[in-house]
Design a protein around this ligand. Structure first.
Ligand code: NAG
Ligand code: NAG
Ligand code: NAG
Ligand code: NAG
Ligand code: NAG
Ligand code: NAG
Length: 498
């Protein structure tokens, strides 16, 4: 009699658990089929010193405040110079605007028409415009106004068009890196958001044309310089960030050239150890000295239209010296908490992602990802030692860029080792990458996340959202029923045997 009751109960519980499983399945299918409100979109224009890049991002609408859900759908490089060059030459401007419109048309096609007017569009201008602002604020304001008017004429939801500071740029880059790496929050087994166990954030190394940024979380609270406190998903981070204006790849190269011209007696025969042996180039003096970054280095008889001819020397050791010469390494007086030019910096720690110009330099050396410091040095050494015909034969890179990779490799080495104080150990933790999960590492994503409040300061997400509570509840019920069923079955079997 009792055993029959136990058997009946066991079958009832078994049936109930099957029922629960079916319920879970139906809810999941229903959610996928009916409750998916589709994608949301966001556009960010990165107006750099040498060019403008347009990014289109998308993400599932109902997950907008989750982490790691935003993906890059499209990237379009606007051909032509950066927006800081607008207004210099009307035929060049005309061309640039044509390319702008081409990119925006491509972006428009990437977004369903019904979502156009709810798609936010942001513009952030960086070091090229920072320099122009120093030099001629009226001109920079006019360019921003023109850009703003243009963006407002598009069918999107205009948000902001402004020059962002170097520190903001560094911080947004750091947010992008860690957002893409899921370092802020992760889903646990129960589908709820938690801070990854033993979470470490990664540092961010960004190299643009006119400025470079370093940003990393630090525990060093000794001094406030360059330290920003940010609260993301309920956790506070102290982030060190610094931007070096004029230390972008192109402006720093102009500074190297300017110093070489200064030290030379014959403008028709300037030796550059960073250019390959057998290479020569003639450029106008204002290409080198016309920039705000090299203005102070102008030679006494500066004549913007005069031609300067530069010959390559292909000498890695001399190139290293010439590059080091643009860094003021003495004003740190050997302090460990100082990078260069007397700038405070706590010791680097943890992993780093090196992207943009850092990535492209490593790419040219065929050293993307991680490498050892010795590997990096010896690879750049043999790269620099190759003469121009050999280099052209071995690398299918446009000549305009190929000629400068010996310089940029030495620049990368010098800023990381002599500047930021990476050593043989910490170098191993640098990864030279362009993307994480098919999304470009760029400050633009962090900028959009911040300006649209998509990373809540409060830990709102660190608990189960409603639908997940139901799901977890059912899962719990299912597990409980299974366990009770097993207990009953065991009792039943024991009773049968005795
Ligand atoms: C995301 O967070 C913002 C600000 O906290 C809020 O306005 C918005 O409604 C949230 N979106 C969703 C889908 O929860
Ligand atoms: C635009 O961005 C700048 C800098 O990020 C900020 O100071 C300003 O308040 C923003 N304007 C609007 C309208 O959001
Ligand atoms: C400079 O380079 C060109 C090829 O770009 C070459 O034809 C020319 O001979 C070189 N001039 C000198 C003086 O080496
Ligand atoms: C500089 O060189 C260009 C061609 O490379 C030439 O057209 C121009 O006249 C030269 N300028 C001067 C001042 O010699
Ligand atoms: C450098 O930083 C370390 C910790 O990061 C600290 O202990 C030390 O006092 C600092 N030194 C100077 C000179 O600020
Ligand atoms: C870099 O590599 C070259 C060639 O292998 C070597 O002569 C030089 O000493 C190295 N420099 C450093 C700092 O390791």
């Amino acid at each position: 009699m009792a055993s029959k009751l136990v058997a009946a109960l066991a079958s009832f519980l078994l049936l109930s658990s099957v029922g629960v499983v079916i319920a879970i399945a139906i809810i999941q299918i229903y959610k996928i089929t009916y409750l998916s409100p589709g994608l949301k979109y966001g556009i960010v224009l990165d107006c750099g010193s040498s060019r403008t890049t347009v990014y289109l991002y998308d993400w599932p609408a109902e997950k907008e405040n989750d982490t790691g859900v935003i993906k890059e759908k499209l990237q379009c490089n606007v051909k032509g110079p950066g927006i800081s060059d607008l207004g210099l030459n009307s035929s060049q401007d005309k061309e640039t605007w044509i390319h702008f419109k081409k990119c925006m048309a491509q972006v428009k096609q990437g977004i369903p028409a019904s979502a156009h007017n709810s798609t936010p569009i942001f513009l952030g201008a960086t070091a090229g415009m920072r320099l122009l602002q120093h030099q001629n604020e009226t001109a920079s304001n006019q360019i921003l106004l023109d850009m703003k008017n243009y963006l407002q004429s598009l069918p999107f939801q205009f948000q902001n068009a402004s020059i962002i500071s170097g520190e903001e740029e560094g911080l947004y880059g750091w947010i992008t890196v860690n957002y893409l790496m899921d370092n802020f929050l992760q889903k646990d087994l129960w589908n709820s958001w938690v801070r990854p166990h033993g979470a470490q954030t990664a540092g961010s190394l960004d190299l643009g044309g006119a400025s470079t940024q370093i940003a990393f979380a630090t525990t060093d609270d000794a001094r406030g310089e360059g330290l920003t406190k940010v609260v993301l998903y309920g956790y506070e981070y102290t982030v060190y960030t610094h931007s070096f204006l004029c230390f972008g790849k192109n402006e720093a190269e102009k500074t190297v050239l300017a110093k070489l011209v200064q030290g030379s007696t014959d403008p028709n025969n300037v030796q550059n150890p960073c250019y390959p042996l057998g290479f020569n180039i003639t450029m106008r003096e204002d290409f080198i000295f016309g920039s705000e970054c090299t203005r102070k280095l102008r030679v006494a008889d500066y004549n913007p239209e005069r031609n300067i001819t530069i010959f390559g020397g292909g000498d890695a050791a001399e190139c290293r010296k010439a590059v080091r010469h643009i860094f003021d390494l003495s004003s740190c007086h050997g302090s460990q908490n100082c990078s260069f030019n007397g700038v405070y910096q706590p010791p680097v720690s943890g992993k780093f992602k090196a992207y943009a110009g850092f990535y492209y330099t490593a790419w040219a050396l065929r050293l993307i990802g991680s490498s050892t410091l010795d590997q990096f040095n010896s690879t750049l050494w043999s790269f620099c030692s190759m003469d121009w015909p050999n280099l052209k034969q071995n690398y299918s890179i446009t000549e305009k860029h190929l000629k400068s990779y010996c310089y940029s490799a030495n620049y990368v080495y010098t800023i990381l080792v002599d500047g930021y104080k990476f050593n043989t150990e910490s170098w191993d933790h640098i990864s030279f990458e362009r993307q994480v999960k098919n999304t470009s590492i760029a400050w633009t994503l962090g900028y959009m996340l911040t300006l649209s409040n998509m990373i809540p300061a409060e830990a709102k997400l660190v608990r189960l959202p409603i639908d997940n509570t139901l799901f977890a509840g059912l899962l719990f019920l299912f597990s409980a029923l299974i366990i009770i069923t097993l207990v009953f079955l065991i009792i039943f079997l024991i009773r049968m045997c005795y």
